[in-house]
Design a protein around this ligand. Structure first.
Ligand code: ADP
Ligand code: MG
Length: 748
């Protein structure tokens, strides 16, 4: 039966396993697996949670480090551990004490034991001793019978008894001591017990304290947990807040984004217009060069037109300027002409030592205080008056000749001096006007006429310290030229010549003896020139002075007696001024002839012969010819006898036309010279006798056909008939009006 049952069981078991496999452990096993997976997942989640929690706790602990409770807790724990340590120590001490007490108790037991032993010993000893005592006493008693021997035995017993006694004593004291010690030990024990009790008490106290501390610690822990909780809550709250804030911000950003998107939408058209603009600009830039070129072309055209206009205006201005220049020249010329192209001045030198003394050296010349053109000469008891363009009295010094107008004003001291100075300033102006004319391109002649010793050379050249008209005129010339240097180029040349016995000689040439000829220019202009006459180009007055010195040296080496010779020859200084106006290209040529004439005295009268006579004749001839020419010119005659002498022929172009002439007639005031003075003054008056007023000129125009007649009476004659050269009295001044009348009559 057992066998079959076993087989059945096995069979059933197999059936079960088969069924189970059939069922596939499927649903249940799947469910189990699922559950297991779930379980695993949960476990892991839990682990994660735990880790998180730990992390959080760690995070929490970090901020709690500064928590006062924690500090307190730490302090309390410290205290607690200290107390525990103390308790431990006390416990150890207690154990020690217990051990000691045990030891001491043991020792005490030992000591008691020993004491008991010793007591037993002693009792034994006592027993023994008492027994011996009894023995001894028996012995004694026995011995007493034997007297001597007994005595001795007693003695011994006694001695033995003392020893025992001493041992007893010792033992007793020792006993005492041991008892004392036991008492002491007992006391110590008692103390120790007390101490133990105290220790136990403190221990109990400490335990209570520990309990208290532990409770406090628990509380602190709870508090801490609470705080942690609160913090966590706070944290969560903060997170939530931050989240909400972030959401709000996000929303705002979204809104912004939307705005930007709309902006973008609006920007697109703007961009489109910009692109359009850019394209149009590009087109413009492309077109710009063309435009620029066109503009440039037009601008250029405009500019050239403007330049053309300016040019034409300029031309017009230049034309006007030239016209004005000519007008000015004409006006100046007219002014000079109105004053008279030929002016005659008289200058009276002062009485000098050479005039000697006595009646011969007396002054024969007087002046009119109100009229600076009138001079009176006392000749042979009669006073003869002469009228010239100007008369300079002896007071007119060289320096004053150069004086300017304003110094004249300062120097006035009396009416006479005032008059003098006014005259002088007028001379200055006269010279200035002549120099200006020369620069303008007119020819100018300045003559010094008079008898030898009357002051011709003095007036013309002067001395080194007191330069004369020559110097001053040239100075003026150079200063004027310098003033015009901005617009004009000037070339100034000088020549010096001498006419002796009708022979022309170059004072600056290499061959001074060579006689020069005056020739007509071959160009047919009618101009005269002297071939071979040396010309020096000069830049300043100093240059001219050097030239003068050179000329003088020539004259000195040539002649034994300079004064003799010079008084019998005409000395000429010819300054040529050639100008070029840089702006207009206008060219001008002016000549300034400064002539120191030969002495005018009538040598023939004193019965001179030979060469002296020939000289005198030549001088007379040339001076008369000069007078005739000037007269003819001044009276505007058609024919002027220039060819009558070398001098007039040479100066022809400087005397005719628009030329200006200044004749300075020098006279000596000395009584002995009155006849010569009279001749000179007559000559002067004859030269200027023709009135230059408008009436006179008209009359001249009218008298055109009568030139023949006028010319007929001029040449050779020192005093033409009908000329009032010897007005016998101041009352008969009007030789001028007479001549006008005559002229008008001639004109018919
Ligand atoms: P000329 O040249 O006419 O022969 P000078 O010029 O030689 O005469 O003059 C003769 C003298 O008279 C010289 O000694 C000169 O210094 C003097 N003299 C001439 N004019 C004046 C004057 N205005 N003032 C002072 N001295 C004069
Ligand atoms: Mg002289």
């Amino acid at each position: 039966q057992v066998e079959t049952l076993k087989a059945k069981l096995l069979e059933q078991a197999q059936e079960i396993s088969r069924l189970r496999s059939e069922l596939g452990g499927t649903d249940v096993e799947k469910h189990r697996d699922l559950l297991a997976a779930e379980n695993e997942r949960l476990r892991q989640e839990m682990k994660a949670c735990e880790g998180e929690l730990r992390e959080l706790q760690r995070q929490q602990q970090a901020p709690c480090r500064d928590c006062p409770h924690l500090q307190e807790n730490a302090a309390l724990q410290e205290q607690l551990s200290q107390l525990q340590r103390e308790a431990e120590e006390t416990r150890a001490k207690l154990v020690e004490l217990d051990l000691e007490v045990q030891q001491k108790t043991n020792r005490l037991a030992e000591v008691e034991l020993r004491l008991k032993d010793s007591l037993a010993e002693r009792a034994e000893e006592e027993e023994r001793l008492s027994r011996r005592l009894r023995d001894s006493q028996e012995t004694i008693a026995s011995l007493k019978s034997q007297p001597q021997q007994i005595k001795y035995i007693i003695k011994t017993v006694e001695v033995e008894s003392a020893k025992a006694k001493q041992a007893l004593c010792e033992t007793q004291s020792r006993n005492q001591y041991l008892q004392e010690q036991v008492g002491m030990q007992k006391q110590v024990l008692k103390e120790m017990e007390q101490q133990l009790q105290r220790s136990q008490k403190t221990e109990a106290q400490l335990r209570a304290q520990i309990m208290m501390y532990e409770a406090e610690l628990e509380r602190a822990h709870g508090q801490m947990l609470e705080e942690m909780q609160a913090m966590e809550e706070e944290k969560n709250h903060a997170i939530e807040e931050a989240f909400s804030r972030a959401q709000v911000e996000m929303k705002a950003v979204h809104e912004n984004l939307a705005g930007v998107r709309t902006n973008l939408l609006t920007l697109q058209p703007a961009l489109r217009t910009l692109t359009h603009d850019y394209n149009s600009l590009k087109r413009q830039v492309r077109d710009f060069p063309m435009l620029l070129q066109e503009t440039l072309r037009s601008a250029r055209a405009e500019i050239s037109q403007a330049i053309e206009e300016v040019h034409s205006t300029n031309r017009e201005l230049l034309r006007k300027y030239r016209r004005e220049l000519q007008l000015r020249k004409k006006c100046h010329n007219e002014l000079v002409r109105l004053k008279g192209n030929i002016r005659v001045f008289g200058r009276v030198r002062p009485i000098t030592k050479e005039d000697g003394e006595g009646p011969e050296a007396a002054n024969a010349v007087t002046f009119d205080a109100d009229d600076d053109a009138v001079l009176y000469l006392l000749h042979k008891g009669k006073q003869v008056s002469f009228e010239l363009d100007k008369v300079f009295p002896p007071q007119a010094s060289q320096e004053e000749v150069g004086a300017t107008v304003h110094t004249a004003g300062v120097r006035r001291e009396g009416s006479h001096l005032l008059l003098t100075l006014t005259c002088l300033s007028q001379v200055f102006q006269e010279v200035q006007a002549l120099v200006t004319s020369c620069i303008d391109g007119y020819n100018v002649c300045i003559f010094a006429y008079g008898q030898t010793g009357a002051g011709k050379t003095y007036t013309m050249e002067g001395t080194a310290a007191n330069p004369g008209i020559n110097q001053r005129a040239l100075q003026l010339l150079f200063s004027e030229v310098r003033g015009k240097a901005a617009d004009w180029d000037y070339a100034i040349t000088v020549s010096a010549a001498e006419i002796y016995n009708e022979a022309l000689r170059d004072l600056l040439g290499k061959e001074p003896q060579e006689k020069l000829e005056i020739k007509l220019c071959p160009d047919g202009s009618g101009q005269l020139y002297v071939p071979g006459l040396t010309e020096f180009r000069v830049q300043s007055v100093e240059d001219i002075n050097k030239v003068f010195e050179f000329g003088h040296v020539k004259r000195v080496t040539e002649c034994t007696n300079l004064n003799e010779h010079s008084s019998r020859s005409h000395a000429l200084l010819i300054v040529t001024v050639r100008g070029l106006d840089r702006s207009t290209g206008l060219r001008t040529t002016g000549k300034l002839n400064l002539v120191d004439l030969a002495g005018s005295e009538r040598v023939g009268r004193s019965g001179a012969e030979g060469s002296r006579l020939r000289e005198a004749q030549h001088i007379n001839k040339s001076l008369s010819a000069l007078g005739d020419v000037i007269y003819a010119l001044r009276s505007r005659q058609g024919h002027v006898p220039f060819r009558n002498s070398k001098l007039t022929y040479l100066l022809q172009d400087s005397l005719s036309g628009d030329s200006k002439t200044l004749m300075m007639v020098q006279v000596s005031p000395a009584e002995k010279n009155t006849s010569e003075t009279l001749c000179s003054l007559k000559f002067a008056e004859r030269v200027r006798s023709v009135e230059l007023g408008p009436v006179s000129r008209k009359a001249e125009l009218g008298s055109w056909p009568s030139q023949e007649h006028l010319e007929g009476d001029s040449p050779g004659s020192a005093a033409p008939p009908g000329r009032g050269h010897a007005s016998p009295s101041p009352g008969q001044l009007s030789s001028r009006s007479a001549s006008i009348r005559r002229k008008l009559q001639t004109a018919g």
